[in-house]
Design a protein around this ligand. Structure first.
Ligand SMILES: Cc1ncc(COP(=O)(O)O)c(C=O)c1O
Length: 408
């Protein structure tokens, strides 16, 4: 069986985790600091704060930006639940934006339409999702958020190692030249696996400090911040060694040393992982050209893409096949696929809360989307096998170039 995504764990990853297990700290130790430093370097940002998972990162982002009841957060509908739920965790409302029907991405235009729908006055922040690993148009989107004075959160859970263009310069996803912060997930289907893991990256010391505090119950041990001077300090003015304060409640969203050791070991291989994924994607592109226009790869950035998912758009209706039958047919041939995503505005919870919305770009993308396998355990021949099986299931066999012709 070729799953649509899975982790790639080598002996060096296992050794890194075993070292932590033999050491003094399972959590709160040096592996967390090392992972944070490595991630900050990898995405070219001064601050990276590790946390329990990508959902926690998004929740921490909302708290760090002071989003709460009375605020509205614009979120593209074509994303994973957590991108929207994070706003609800802090009591804010979600305003769903449409996406480009071919890329699935939020655009400056779809953002503008969402801001006009219902007015921009109550909107405090925008979440931009780098779907599939492709960096959205940060330049254009940040111009809109700046014009309206809005915070900008990057949901970069798909996009570690990707890059975009900001002000005419290449910028790593997570380096945040045009946003307040970026949130990453290191779930096993992502390019870097921690088991469960996530991180917030930012250029702002203040945001980083707040994220650190909120991932650890809202605790501060910094004497300079103590409000209760009598409890916090000894008569000689030295801070009491046991003392900490909480000025607002946070959560236990810490990442353990076990997870961070794995994350650091995986990060070392990020360039290799990306190169391999890019090569597999290029092979898909070549082989799938024979199935156009019935099957069209979602347009990507090639060199600068994070290549988390290899997504195609299939004209299921035109071909007379249901997506469920195609997925079942592929599964029978040993190939796992997935759909990313059912538009979040159509989830019963959000439909109940905000009513039925007309977001035709999200609906059109969803109707045709299928994620084909893309991960490190795949050989080039697996790509050939997937494309041949897809052609077979869709009744397009004979349209695919031979793997010899497709290979390069
Ligand atoms: C776009 C997006 N945002 C957020 C998340 C949440 O990340 P996690 O599963 O690590 O909580 C995911 C995870 O799949 C995701 O794909």
């Amino acid at each position: 069986m070729i799953p649509y995504g899975c982790q790639s764990i080598d002996e060096d990853d296992i050794a890194a985790v075993a070292d932590v297990l033999r050491g003094d700290f399972l959590t709160g130790g040096p592996a967390v600091d090392r992972f944070e430093a490595a991630l900050a370097a990898a995405v070219d940002t001064p601050h990276a704060v590790a946390c329990a998972n990508g959902t926690a990162a998004l929740h921490l982002a909302m708290m760090a930006l002071g989003i709460g009841p009375g605020a509205t957060v614009v979120v593209p509908s074509l994303t994973f639940l957590a991108s929207a739920n994070a706003a609800r965790y802090v009591g804010a409302e979600v305003r769903f934006a449409d996406v480009d029907p071919e890329t699935g991405l939020l655009t400056p235009d779809t953002l503008e339409v969402a801001l006009q729908r219902g007015g921009a006055a109550s909107v405090h922040a925008v979440v931009v999702v780098h779907l599939n690993g492709r960096c959205a148009d940060l330049d254009g989107i940040s111009k809109v958020t700046q014009r309206y004075g809005l915070k900008l959160v990057e949901d970069a859970c798909h996009a570690v190692g990707g890059a975009g263009q900001v002000a005419g310069r290449r910028a790593m996803v997570g380096s945040c030249p045009a946003s307040d912060l970026a949130c990453f997930s290191f779930h096993p289907v992502k390019t870097i696996a921690m088991g469960e893991g996530g991180a917030v990256t930012t250029r702002s010391q203040e945001i980083a400090d707040r994220v650190r505090r909120m991932r650890n119950h809202g605790m501060t041990r910094d004497p300079e911040t103590f409000l209760d001077r009598e409890e916090g300090f000894a008569p000689d003015g030295s801070p009491n060694p046991w003392y900490y304060e909480m000025h607002e409640p946070g959560f236990n969203y810490r990442a353990t040393d076990i997870h961070c050791a794995l994350g650091e070991s995986q990060l070392r291989k990020l360039p290799v992982f990306l190169a391999r994924r890019r090569a597999l994607a290029a092979r898909y592109n070549r082989l799938l050209a024979g199935l156009a226009p019935a099957v069209v790869p979602v347009p990507r950035l090639a060199e600068d893409d994070g290549w988390h998912l290899y997504a195609v758009l299939i004209d299921f209706a035109g071909l007379g096949h249901s997506r469920a039958d195609v997925m079942r047919g592929l599964r029978e041939r040993g190939i796992g696929t997935q759909v990313h995503y059912f538009p979040v505005h159509r989830q019963p919870y959000y439909r109940r809360r905000y009513g039925a919305l007309d977001l035709p770009g999200a609906d059109a993308y969803y109707r045709c989307q299928l994620s084909l396998p893309l991960h490190m355990r795949m050989a080039e021949e697996d790509v050939d096998r997937v494309v041949a099986a897809l052609a077979d299931v869709l009744g397009l066999a004979g349209e695919v170039p031979s793997s010899r012709a497709g290979a390069a």
